[in-house]
Write a protein that binds this ligand. Sequence first.
Ligand SMILES: Nc1ncnc2c1ncn2[C@@H]1O[C@H](COP(=O)(O)OP(=O)(O)OP(=O)(O)O)[C@@H](O)[C@H]1O
Ligand SMILES: [Mg+2]
Length: 300
Amino acid sequence: MARVIAVANQKGGVGKTTTAVNLSASFAAAEQPTLLIDIDPQANASNGLGIKTRDLEKTVYEVLVGTMAVQDAVVPTEMPHLDVLPSHINLVGAEIEIVDVKNRERLLAERINSIRHKYKFIVIDCPPSLGLLTLNALTAADSILVPVQCEYYALEGLGQLLNTISIVRKHLNPRLEIEGVLLTMYDNRLRLSNQVVQEVTRHLGEKVCKTIIGRNVRLAEAPSHGKPVILYDALSIGAKHYLDLAQEILDREKLRFSGQNHNGNAADSSTPEIATGAEAASAAVSAVASAMQEPIKQGK
Ligand SMILES: Nc1ncnc2c1ncn2[C@@H]1O[C@H](COP(=O)(O)OP(=O)(O)OP(=O)(O)O)[C@@H](O)[C@H]1O
Ligand SMILES: [Mg+2]
């Protein structure tokens, strides 16, 4: 069964898409069957992998609103072991269209059930908001990976995100773990970058990924060629950093797996009940909605 990792942070431009695309490609390079789900209406991850989304008729939008089966919308990429469920600008409307649908936060989780066994990893690229699309991703996920840009306001908005994670855990998905906080766009020539690393590590300790993603122009160039960095410039430092991140997560998976066997799968028995009532789900949505009232500074 695939491990589902949502790459999320409501702050814009922090490296979510760059991470989702290149982490997925690095898993695929390690011969781990991987599906990248693009649940951002901007469709940057799909376009970054060379998919022309404008005229696509089979996308995550049709899957979410229920007019298409997920396996019919998944497309292969140039890379063996890497498939994509592309997005489309129509997805902007999906949040409104599904607002009255029963279990609207669980749509993605339900839709991907039938294909989870085909992959080792499913990586979800989220939009820069804490709306219904991100909520669907967090409800479907086993873990959340949070890219944080090494800049002055690095920690801003993180409290709100952690609050959302606890709301999701309580009402929608008690399994949700924090895969890690990933420092991105690190520039070792800048004192600020080093200060951010220290500050984030001081606050979040072990939750911070050991791998730090450096600022690398190849990472910024690759999407305009429709390729992950590993195909665009395999020897670049950006390619190396994302391979390191994939290895870090794979190593953790191995540990987790051996731990589970050792404990006779004890983790399952301690998993709390998932709240299924419409009431619980509405409570989660309104709590997230009220959290969203706070102004969000865009990092771009
Ligand atoms: N490590 C990096 N080095 C250099 N440029 C980077 C790096 N990571 C991301 N970028 C660039 O920074 C910009 C924002 O990155 P990205 O699109 O991944 O962020 P995002 O969080 O997905 O944005 P949004 O919130 O709009 O979805 C892009 O132009 C991207 O190419
Ligand atoms: Mg993005």
